[in-house]
Design a protein around this ligand. Structure first.
Ligand code: WT7
Length: 647
């Protein structure tokens, strides 16, 4: 029997009808959306549980494998259509295109190798790889076997990898010898070696040969990927084009863990389930971008972040599209690289971050005009608020005023897009994410948890009812999940963002209301950076705040108190702050290095010992005239010192 067509909203009237139905009859609505997939066993219950108990389930009782839906399902119609196009860092180097049939073969071969090394259902695998096809292949191979993937962005430090490997109890690691970034290449494997010195639980490491950097292989533990792929002698796996059968998973089995920062010190492992995430990735991808099967989609995010998971990999494959994976950086060999990629691969949907747009806007327009961008139909933005200037530049110069801009608001925890225009269908307004997707019920709350009715209002953004890809748990600590997202406002999922609803009901995200800062679309907890700063032997205490940054959105401003005397000599102070910055790099990664470090003799604290961050934020923002009430400070004098020493 032919399966039903994918659920697609094609007009404003259909959007309103879907919104009404998803609210009034969620069971019927989601059963229809889920119908086109391959289910090995149908579900018993579409949706159960509620935020009040901190755990919802979707499609419980069903069985499936997401890779069967990403790959096998498409073979009859699109075996020879490209699934992935890999664009290497060096534009003159050969790229790679994998058709759906070839990708399934590659995933099978990788799954075979992992299986041979003993990987099985439920095991955790840490992937620490640059943006090369093997990253996508290995992620899918894990899912094929029912192993839980935990991708760690290849810019994180050894300490950060070790924390994540230990927290997840990962027994396998997949990495590469090195990586290419613009004009440079850098070793990768030594970072993993450092990390694994404190991870005795790791049994096997697969190493992809990519840059030919020299590596040290630990016998018994480390294996070259290309060698592990070879069939065992008595094995006929490669004798024909056999594929590894997908492991049959329960709907609620975890598909992946992805670590993200919160307001407490330690990043948490956000867990997504198999079925709910799959349905959400496909539904949001097709409807927000109005994708047709076979469309070429270029998501510039690394697979190390959730955007890369959902819209670089799973969403496009579920929808039978072609995804462009880019290894390099937007400014190499010059700042026209993204536009060249659009032209070269006839990209139809471009999905990138405001920080990239703001940085590329600063270069001569000739770099844009040199490229033929006529293939573009939809352009998207994600990760942080997009300012009006960047929105208009993107719309005018990249979209040539005839591509709808979709400003998509969502989070690692939401699995996929929640608030966004549906391209060409619902309103797209500069700096506004827009209307909720059908099935999403956003509300604005007052600080004490009352819903704010009506339009032209501002409040805390929360979601009122479960959606299929809502975070299931934080790995190893469900109570933390409950406390963070479901306890602050009982009955709601709390986002941590503040938002405004305009006169037409369109949402505009204002920014985080908690101690999370968003630097170039990357999320850091201020406490996490403070912990890293405090690891330096000369630092006894620190306080971190965000400040507005023209390109990054927010920059990181650190105030540090030293254990000893403040060096009188300026060059000694500079050397010390540089060393402190390197400590943050070693603890978290380059991406978390503070933009500014100010050495202070004290911090503005109340009599009860609480740091008044409001004052620190104002000084960091350069707003020095209106610091508010400082009379409750233990030592008001410290404020003058901080202002005087402002960086
Ligand atoms: C936080 C989530 C969404 C995947 C990438 C980031 C901010 C995200 C937008 C947007 C304004 C946005 C929010 C959110 N954010 N998208 N379109 N407009 N702000 O995922 O690392 O989990 O960060 O990014 O503050 O809470 P993440």
């Amino acid at each position: 029997m032919a399966s039903p067509a994918p659920f697609r909203i094609r007009s404003l009237a259909e959007y309103h009808a879907a919104t009404a139905r998803a609210a009034a009859d969620p069971t019927g609505f989601w059963a229809d959306v889920a119908a086109p997939f391959i289910w090995r066993k149908p579900w018993d219950t579409v949706s159960a549980g509620h935020f009040a108990v901190g755990r919802a389930t979707w499609f419980a009782g069903a069985q499936l494998n997401i890779t069967e839906n990403c790959l096998d399902r498409h073979l009859p119609a699109r075996a020879n259509q490209p699934a992935l196009i890999w664009e290497p860092n060096d534009p003159t180097a050969p790229g790679r295109t994998l058709t759906y049939a070839q990708l399934l073969d590659a995933v099978s071969a990788c799954a075979y190798a992992l299986q041979k090394l003993g990987l099985g259902k439920g095991d955790r695998v840490c992937l620490y790889l640059p943006m090369i096809p093997e990253l996508a292949i290995a992620v899918l191979a894990c899912a094929r076997l029912g192993a839980v993937h935990s991708v760690v962005f290849a810019g994180f430090s050894a300490t950060a990898i070790a924390d994540r490997v230990q927290d997840a109890g990962a027994t396998f690691v997949i990495t590469s010898d090195g990586m290419n970034r613009g004009a440079k290449s850098a070793p990768v494997k030594p970072t993993v070696d450092d990390a694994l010195a404190t991870c005795p639980g790791v049994r096997a490491v697969l190493v992809v040969r990519h840059t030919n950097e020299p590596v040290t292989m630990q016998p018994g533990r480390d294996h070259w990927y290309h060698e592990a792929l070879l069939p065992a002698e008595d094995d006929d796996f490669h004798a024909d084009d056999a594929i590894i059968e997908p492991e049959v998973m329960d709907a609620e089995d975890p598909l992946f863990i992805l670590y993200t920062s919160g307001s407490t010190g330690k990043p948490k492992g956000v867990v997504h389930s198999t079925a709910g995430y799959m349905v959400w990735a496909d539904y949001t991808f097709r409807n927000v971008f109005q994708t047709e099967e076979g469309d070429i989609h270029f998501c510039t995010a690394d697979i190390g972040w959730v955007t890369g998971h959902t819209y670089g990999l799973y969403g496009p494959l579920l929808a039978g599209a072609t995804s462009v994976l880019f290894e390099g950086v937007p400014t190499y060999p010059d700042a026209g690289r993204f536009w060249q990629i659009v032209e070269k691969h006839r990209v139809k949907i471009l999905y990138t971050a405001p920080t990239a747009i703001r940085s590329l806007m600063g270069f001569p327009l000739a770099l844009v005009e040199r490229a033929d961008l006529r293939s573009l139909r939809v352009i998207g933005s994600v990760g942080e608020p997009i300012n009006e200037e960047a929105w208009h530049w993107y719309h005018e110069h990249i979209g040539r005023k005839n591509c709808p801009v979709v400003d998509t608001w969502w989070q690692t925890e939401t699995g996929g897009i929640m608030l966004s225009a549906l391209a060409g269908i619902t309103p797209s307004k500069a700096a506004h994410a827009g209307l909720p997707l059908p099935g999403v019920q956003p509300v604005l709350l007052t600080a004490d948890g009352h819903e704010i009715e009506g339009n032209d209002q501002e409040g805390l953004l929360a979601i009122k009812a479960p959606w299929p890809a809502v975070i299931r748990t934080t790995w190893g600590d469900h109570e933390r999940c409950r406390q963070t997202y479901f306890a602050p406002y009982p009955g709601y999922y709390f986002t941590g963002d503040g938002a405004r609803r305009d006169a037409d009901g369109l949402y505009r995200i204002i920014g985080r209301v908690d101690d999370v800062i968003n630097v170039s679309g990357h999320r850091f907890g201020t406490a996490e950076i403070e912990n890293a700063l405090n690891e330096h032997e000369a630092v006894i205490e620190s306080a971190v705040v965000g400040f507005p940054h023209d390109v990054k959105g927010q920059g990181i401003y650190a105030y540090v108190i030293l254990t000893g005397e403040i060096p009188a000599d300026e060059s000694a102070r500079t050397a010390l702050t540089a060393a402190i910055s390197r400590t943050v790099e070693a603890q978290i990664g380059k991406i978390a290095r503070p933009d500014k470090i100010q050495i202070v003799s004290g911090l503005p604290k109340t009599r009860s010992g609480k740091i008044m961050r409001r004052i620190l934020r104002k000084v960091a923002e350069g707003e020095l005239t209106n610091l508010g009430d400082t009379t409750t400070l233990l030592d008001p004098g410290v404020v003058a010192e901080i202002i005087a020493g402002r960086q």
